[in-house]
Design a protein around this ligand. Sequence first.
Ligand code: HEC
Length: 260
Amino acid sequence: MSNRGFFHFSALPMSTRMVYTMTLLVLGTGYLFAMLQVFFSHAGLDGNPKNISAQDIRIAYHGSENDTRLVTALKGPMAGMLPEAERAVIFKWVETGAKQDTYEADVKPIIGERCLACHDGSNPHIPQLTSFEEVSKVVARDTGATIPTLVRVSHIHLFGITFIFFIVSSIFTHAYMRPLWLKCVIIVLPFLTILTDIFSWYLTKWIPGFAWFIIASGALMGLSFAVQWIVSMWQMWFYKLPADIEECGGVLPVIGRSKD
Ligand code: HEC
C-alpha cells in the first residue's frame, strides 16, 4: 500500500504537534513581516506610495526612465529619512538641473543634517554624499538595483527561503490530501518559484517586462505557503482522517502490520 510510511498529524505525539504549531506560528508571522518589507521598500517608487504596482517592481529592478538614482531612493527606501518639505527641495533641485550654486544654498544643509549620519563614507557599500561631486554621481539616470546588490540579496534569499520551505513542507507532508498530485504540486511549487523569482530579477533588470514573472512567482509562493500553513494547522488539531486511511498507515499502531 502506498500509504506505508505516511503518518498523519493525528498519529504524531502531542509534543511534536506543538513544535510544528509553534514553528508555523512564528514562520507565518515572519512571512507577514516579509510582505511588509516588500511593501515599504517598493511602494512609492512610481510616485504612488499607497500601493505596490508592476511599475514599482520595474523601477526597482530595471530602473526608471524619468528618475535619477537620488530621486528613486528618496521616493523609496530613503523616503522616511527627511520631512516632506525638505524632500521637495531636493526634487526641485534635481528638476532644475542640479546646479552647484543651488546645491550649496539649498541642498547641502539638508543632506548634512538628514543623510550624512550614514552617507559620510563610513559605509563603503552606500554612496558617499559629502560633496557636490559625490551627490552629482547619484543624480545620474536610475538603472535599478545594481548587480552586486542583486547577487547579495539572491544568495540570502536562496539559502533563507529554502530553509523556510524545507521546514514548512516537511510539516505539510503529514497532511492528508487527495488527489496526491495536488499535494506534490503544492510542495514543489515554492522551491521552483524561489528560482524563477530570483532569475526574473536579473531578466527584469535587462528587460522590464519580466516584472510580471517576479509578481507571478511571488504570488504562487505566497499561495502555496498559505495552503500548506492552513491545511497543516487545521489537520493537526481539528481534522478526522477517513477511516480507510487510518487503517493503512494513518496512525502509529499500524506500523509493521503487513496489511498491504
Ligand atoms: C540610517 C542610515 C541612512 C540615512 C540617514 C540615509 N541613508 Fe541613504 N542609504 C542607506 C542604506 C543602508 C542604503 C543602501 C540601501 C539599499 O541598498 O537598499 C542607502 C542608499 C541610498 C542611496 C543609493 C540608492 C541606490 O540607487 O543604490 C541613495 C541615493 C541614498 N541612500 C540617499 C540618501 C539621502 C539623500 C539621504 C538623506 C535624506 C539618506 N540616504 C539618508 C542608509 C541611510
